[in-house]
Design a protein around this ligand. Structure first.
Ligand SMILES: O=C(O)c1ccccc1NCC(=O)[C@H](O)[C@H](O)COP(=O)(O)O
Length: 215
């Protein structure tokens, strides 16, 4: 039986990445605007990539603690369908960004243990979507995209928030079906798990991930 799981492939950097994600059936493609990331793209690169994203596939810009000047330039340069806030933005900042840019906002929330779940309701009150991701280790260079999973059973019985949400963190073609089964997620996000080497997407892995997520 096939399930209607919506998939976001994050950290695309080339036209081939966009084509692979779109042809495999992704619902969202993510572009990372964070210079320290191996997946970082410039505004110009993202604008060129956006041209080839088919209608119906949402273009998501991932930013980390971005200020208004950065977001002003980003939203002027790149046609976007959603902003993903992946830093330590407060609920107040999420609401400000949503009001200023008129784009749907997805807030990433990092989970390591049960105590991290408490913050989710405050973000659900202001964001359009939530990305429930693994909390990065303290010494991590990146606030996301680390290929780490969290204990999915923490979400069992807690799957209904007031806004749509995506599961992320260490997902691969081998584990995504189990992650969906345990959490009840209807949307999933992946970056490292569809890469052949760090920052380099693999079309075969993207296709396998979509097939496994929707199987
Ligand atoms: O992917 C990055 O390089 C990145 C950099 C800075 C902040 C967030 C980043 N990625 C976040 C994502 O949306 C990832 O898809 C999500 O954390 C899951 O990543 P992975 O565990 O590698 O699948």
């Amino acid at each position: 039986m096939s399930h209607d799981i919506r998939v976001k492939i994050c950290g695309l950097r080339t036209g081939a990445d966009v084509a692979a994600a779109a042809s495999a059936g992704s619902s969202y493609v993510g572009f990372v605007f964070y210079p320290k990331s191996p997946r970082n793209v410039s505004f110009q690169e993202a604008a060129a990539l956006a041209v080839d994203v088919p209608m119906g596939v949402a273009k998501v810009a991932l930013v980390v603690n971005a200020n208004d000047a950065f977001l002003d330039d980003l939203t002027a340069a790149v046609p976007l369908d959603m902003l993903q806030l992946h830093g330590s933005e407060t609920p107040t900042r999420v609401a400000e960004v949503k009001a200023r840019y008129g784009l749907p906002v997805m807030k990433a929330v990092g989970i390591a243990d049960a105590s991290d779940l408490a913050q989710i309701d405050a973000y659900a009150a202001v964001a359009d979507q939530l990305l429930i991701d693994a909390k990065p280790p303290k010494n991590a260079d990146l606030p996301g995209g680390n290929g780490l999973a969290f204990d999915w059973t923490l979400l069992a019985g807690r799957k209904y928030w007031t806004v749509p949400w995506m599961l992320a963190g260490g997902l691969t073609a081998d584990n995504v079906a189990e992650a969906v089964r345990l959490t009840g997620a209807t949307q999933v996000d992946v970056s490292s798990g569809v890469e052949g080497s760090v920052g380099v997407k693999d079309a075969g892995l993207i296709s396998a991930f979509l097939a496994a997520a929707q199987a």
